[in-house]
Design a protein around this ligand. Structure first.
Ligand code: SF4
Ligand code: SF4
Ligand code: FES
Length: 367
């Protein structure tokens, strides 16, 4: 029999696009923003979160494009590339245009000096762009403040004096998380972000997943437990996995001087930044609990005393053996934990099945 060569998929890049003099090949459905980034450049994208898709509302990503001798300005996040397109990301006109937009946005927000996100996490996207374009906060008359949110929940600090109406929060809440907890209220300059009925998140469908905090490009939405307790310049991030359940979402532990302060989602993990309320707001607090067991305890005469591991394990072995011999292996059950690693769970079921001789083994994250 003659061996045939296995078929291969040939990916053909069809469009040649030039970005600031660098020619790259693009797929037919690629946006101008993809081409700009692939060529190694960047533009500010205040209303863009790739999970939400392009909105085209902030106009910060505007670039000059030339196709067949025709010049035009397009929003890079929404416009598609075409063959022979030439893109210029930082012409004098565009740079001045971005600076003016930023100054208008800054005029709608409270002082950058007190921005909660910049103060406790890392510089927010709005203030990073403002610094880059030397945009002044007081270039236009101030339009602050906005309607205050009912600040009743234990997790999310809402300070809409920093809101730029990009609507990333409402889109991520409704389309990505499918929670439908927040929406846009009012029109034009009077618009604001609100939860349904009385703007009380605790009485809304909010699951406190934290996605709105993490997509918000300003200090309007922040983690209430952390903000004000740390300085952004001291904050260290450690990449790890949320220990709460077996799904294993990616997180960063936030610490200052070796002390745990909170968590943030890891957008590079397969979970792409999604977390539940436990991962977002509570996956670190038990580490500091005064009730945490740190060594074996044996209960004698109604109270616990500290024991060595050898003593504790010998006692457990003798009790298990006694019960199994008296009433049979199925009178015992083993519960394993989603907070341990897969290998430990594997060993636990081996212990149940082979060590004790029962199939009574379960785990809260079995699927
Ligand atoms: S925490 Fe999650 S569910 Fe609640 S408003 Fe924000 S995105 Fe919506
Ligand atoms: S709260 Fe943040 S994410 Fe929501 S519209 Fe305002 S600036 Fe955008
Ligand atoms: S990022 Fe493109 S219009 Fe806002």
């Amino acid at each position: 029999m003659v061996a045939t060569q296995s078929p291969t998929t040939k990916v053909t890049r069809k469009l040649n696009v030039e970005v600031n003099g660098i020619v790259i090949g693009c797929g037919t459905n690629s946006r101008v923003l993809d081409a700009v980034r692939e060529a190694g450049f960047d533009v500010p994208t205040l209303c863009y979160d790739e999970r939400n898709g392009p909105q085209g509302t902030c106009r910060m990503c505007l670039v000059d494009v030339e196709v067949d001798g025709q010049m035009q300005q397009v929003a890079a996040c929404t416009a598609f590339t075409s063959d022979g397109m030439s893109v210029t990301t930082h012409s004098d006109n565009i740079t001045e245009y971005r600076k003016t937009i930023l100054e208008m946005l800054l005029s709608e927000t409270a002082s950058p000096v007190n921005c909660p996100k910049c103060e406790s996490f890392k510089k927010c996207e709005l203030h990073v762009a403002a610094e880059e374009y030397d945009a002044k906060w007081d270039a236009f008359p101030s339009l602050v403040p906005r309607e205050k949110a009912v600040d009743d929940n234990p997790f999310i600090q809402r300070d809409y004096d920093y809101c730029i109406s990009c609507f990333r929060c409402t889109i991520i809440c409704n389309d990505w998380e499918q929670a439908g907890a927040i929406t846009v209220k009012g029109r034009g300059q009077d618009n604001s972000i609100a939860s349904y009925f009385n703007n009380n998140l605790l009485e809304s469908p909010c699951t406190f997943c934290g996605q709105c905090i993490n997509t918000c490009p300003t200090g309007a939405l922040t983690d209430k437990k952390i903000v004000g307790t740390v300085k952004a310049e001291n904050l260290e991030r450690t990449k790890t996995i949320c220990p709460y359940c077996g799904v294993g979402c990616g997180i960063h532990l936030l610490s200052e001087d070796g002390e745990l302060k909170g968590t943030e989602p890891d957008f590079d993990a397969p979970s792409r930044g999604s977390l539940c309320v436990k991962g977002q707001f509570a996956s670190w607090e038990f580490v500091k609990s005064g009730e945490r067991l740190k060594y074996p305890l044996i209960k004698e005469n109604g109270s616990f005393r500290r024991a060595s591991w050898d003593e504790a394990l010998d006692l457990v072995t003798s009790k298990f053996t006694e019960i199994r011999d008296e009433t049979g292996p199925d009178s015992l059950v083993c519960w394993s934990s989603a907070r341990t690693v897969t290998e430990a769970n594997y060993l636990m079921q081996k212990f149940a099945r082979i060590g004790i001789g029962t199939n009574n083994i379960d785990n809260c994250s079995r699927t």
